[in-house]
Write a protein that binds this ligand. Structure first.
Ligand SMILES: O=C(O)c1ccccc1NCC(=O)[C@H](O)[C@H](O)COP(=O)(O)O
Length: 254
């Protein structure tokens, strides 16, 4: 699946026409994670559909969902901008950024610096770089380019091998370990176990995917995660604000 998505992205990049710069203010994604009011920061994902689960949310209103996440106390948002596989749109990100005060990650499959220019112009505060999709030298270039544009980067790995390749070329400020294997779609909440000891102290560790319960949060915290990225389990609930509170085991009184 990842290979197929990357082939699609190569075509998109060839045909990409950069939009006008929306001139939206930049917020620090990293600072928002560090200064979270909770002992585990939350990146809440605005996700309509996915290759592994198909349609997740009918009657999808991205701005309403983003506002509810903000009300529930999410620290940052992740917004899917990929259309073919996730039914996302770059317009969703811009609309959300206009309505909400939280830093926003552009969740897409970035393989070229033009997509980082695009992310900046549509109002993103951060981009995702998936190490499995990038040669180490290209990862390093795209990472540096993002920071030159003032964007934070969530560098994603899946296993120890990816991690070592990444650490050979950069020391990411934010590192995500994806519990989902992007080749098989299998999700293992214990993916992070044992990896934290290889991660530099200054790197903020995020556990991504397959997180459903407070017990899951407690487990990944034990493994060293300081933040979680959660999509499906929050999106499937009727009310995303209550869903956030429920995930953290907080009182549901508004
Ligand atoms: O979600 C998928 O099916 C998927 C398939 C192929 C590549 C990437 C995919 N997901 C991207 C993500 O990283 C997740 O959207 C994110 O971590 C949230 O995961 P979840 O909480 O399990 O929705």
């Amino acid at each position: 699946m990842l290979d197929k998505i990357i082939e699609t992205k190569k075509e998109e990049v060839k045909n990409l026409i950069l939009p006008e710069d929306e001139g939206l203010p930049n917020h620090s994604f990293l600072d928002a994670l560090i200064t979270s009011n909770r002992d585990m920061a939350l990146i809440a994902e605005v996700k309509k559909a996915s290759p592994s689960k198909g349609l997740i949310k009918e009657n999808f209103d991205p701005v309403e969902i983003a506002l509810a996440y903000e009300k529930g106390g999410a620290d940052c948002l992740s917004v899917l901008t990929d259309s073919p596989y996730f039914q996302g749109k770059r317009e969703y990100l811009t609309a959300i950024k206009r309505a909400v005060n939280l830093p926003v990650l552009r969740k897409d499959f970035i393989i070229d610096s033009i997509q980082i220019d695009e992310a900046k112009r549509i109002g993103a505060d951060a981009v995702l770089l998936i190490s499995e999709a990038l040669e180490p030298a290209l990862l390093k270039d795209l990472y540096q380019y993002s920071y030159e544009l003032g964007l934070d980067v969530l560098v994603e790995v899946h296993d120890q091998h990816n991690l070592e390749q990444v650490l050979h070329v950069i020391t990411p400020k934010i590192l995500g370990v994806n519990n989902r294997n992007l080749k098989t779609f299998e999700t293992n909440i214990q993916q992070l176990e044992g990896m934290a000891s290889s991660i530099p102290e200054e790197t903020l560790l995020v556990s991504e995917s397959g997180i459903y319960t407070k017990e899951d949060l407690d487990l990944v915290k034990q493994y060293g995660a300081k933040a979680v990225l959660v999509g499906e389990s929050l999106m499937r609930k009727e009310n995303q604000s209550l869903a956030v509170k429920q995930l953290f085991g907080e009182s549901l009184n508004v």
